[in-house]
Write a protein that binds this ligand. Structure first.
Ligand code: AMP
Ligand code: MG
Length: 427
């Protein structure tokens, strides 16, 4: 990270300082720089399996059992020795008992005999093949089976899923519902996970009022803290809400100090541009470390990134849509690294035919808000979700995806294929 030692002179655009370069960073460069600087949390705690949803595994988990523990049937049907299957015509087998799931057949099955078997039940001694019941004709106490089956069918070997001693989950795994099920299947009821990072948030701006207050001239409600709280909670971090901070040097410094006292990361909104009342960058500049300010993305420029004390710092723009775009594109990957997530999945991207005309100037990577739909044929279409201003939350609220327009792209005509990033994932 670039460290600027001298205080920022009043009225100087931080982007113009030596070492920061006038040329804005590309989003991927900015993201890589931020993620590389993150020091993941190291403290561990042990929690019950249900409470482990959304947490990150601290160490590897190996299985102490075979899953499944026994050779078992994949079907309801009849278990028999595969060598007895008829090559042509049909053969009859005497039914000598039943193997239930959890209540195995006690005896050994002789040649020419079979056992009724349920899904998941142990495949008895003397058998190695299951014929599903729909393919069996009953004739008194005999099961009549036609040719066309093969030895070993419908039998799941012990350890097919996980073998005893095998690695079940790697350190740094984010525990989703499937991982909770997998851990339960190997009998693990408690897991050691990394501590949840604490993330302090505050909004800056003299114009901001809390919900419930009457709005005076020029005042607005503070919406950023609510969208930010939602995004952080979804991510699975602990949120420390420090409220609204007035646009003064003193209040801003006090808020930074209070945040850094308890948090692993600080996320603020507003006050990072170069207006007279923008004290966030200045405070960071004088009392912390600053990484960069300019990213060639829209909405979202400028962004402050660095450290304050031991806390990672992310200073997002004030405009409500810019906050959400920069959070998802830059802060979320960084916070997942802070959570200790290893091998993070990249966000899903699709190509869709754009139905509306999109206005775009070359020079910045642009995130427009869109509504994605799937045609009956399986291809996707997307349209603009409305006014694309950086302060217009309605088009964000009515969107279900970002339409990502590359740096050099100009206006988009209807019928053009564009890249989209859906908001929702299945798990
Ligand atoms: P700033 O970056 O502080 O100059 O803010 C840019 C724009 O975003 C201004 O119009 C602010 O009023 C608006 N804004 C800043 N913070 C918030 C907030 N917490 N909630 C809603 N709008 C905000
Ligand atoms: Mg402001």
């Amino acid at each position: 990270m670039t460290k600027v030692h001298d205080p920022l002179p009043a009225g100087v655009d931080p982007c113009d300082l030596p070492g920061h370069g006038k040329k804005p960073l590309r989003l991927e460069e900015a993201r890589a720089l931020i993620v590389a600087d993150i020091v993941p949390v190291a403290d561990e705690e042990t929690v019950g399996l249900q409470a482990a949803l959304g947490r990150v595994l601290a160490g590897a988990v190996h299985s102490s059992v075979d899953v499944p523990s026994h050779r078992n049937s994949a079907m309801d049907g009849y278990a028999l020795a595969g060598e007895d299957l008829p090559r042509s015509g049909e053969a009859a087998f005497g039914i000598v008992g039943t193997s239930w799931a959890g209540r195995p057949f006690g005896g050994t099955v002789q040649r020419g005999q079979c056992v009724r078997i349920m899904t998941g039940a142990t495949v008895p001694e003397g058998t190695d093949t299951v014929v599903m019941q729909e393919h069996v004709r009953l004739d008194g106490d005999r099961a009549v089976i036609e040719a066309g089956h093969h030895q070993g069918q419908n039998v799941r070997p012990a350890g097919e899923d996980i073998r005893r001693g095998e690695l079940a989950l790697e350190p740094g795994t984010l525990l989703r519902p499937a991982q909770l099920g997998l851990l339960a299947s190997i009998g693990v009821g408690q897991v050691t996970v990394l501590r949840r990072p604490r993330v302090a948030i505050f909004s800056t701006g003299d114009e901001l009022r809390p919900i419930g207050d009457e709005l005076g001239p020029g005042q607005i409600y503070d919406s950023n803290r609510y969208s930010l709280h939602g995004m952080l909670t979804r991510l699975g971090v602990e949120v420390v809400d420090l409220g609204v901070v007035r646009d003064t040097r003193e209040d801003t410094l006090r808020a930074f100090q209070s945040a850094a006292g308890s948090a692993d990361a600080i996320v603020t909104t507003g006050g990072v541009s170069v207006g007279d009342a923008d004290y966030v960058t200045e405070t960071l500049e004088r009392h912390g470390q600053v990484g960069f300010w300019k990213v060639a993305m829209k909405p979202g420029k400028p962004i402050a990134f660095g450290r304050f004390g031991r806390a990672h710092f992310f200073g997002l723009p004030g405009n409500p849509v810019s906050v959400m775009v920069t959070f998802y594109q830059l802060v979320q990957p960084a916070l997942r690294a802070l959570m200790g997530v290893a091998n993070d999945d990249p966000p899903m991207m699709l190509r869709a035919e754009c139905e509306t005309r999109l206005r775009k100037k070359p020079g910045r990577l642009e995130f427009q808000r869109g509504h994605l739909e799937r045609r009956p044929s399986g291809t996707y279409t997307v349209r603009s979700s409305g006014h694309q201003g950086a302060g217009v939350l309605r088009s964000m609220s009515e969107a279900n995806c970002f339409i990502i327009l590359p740096l050099e792209q100009g206006d988009v005509e209807p019928g053009t294929e564009v890249e989209v990033q859906p908001f929702a994932g299945l798990a």
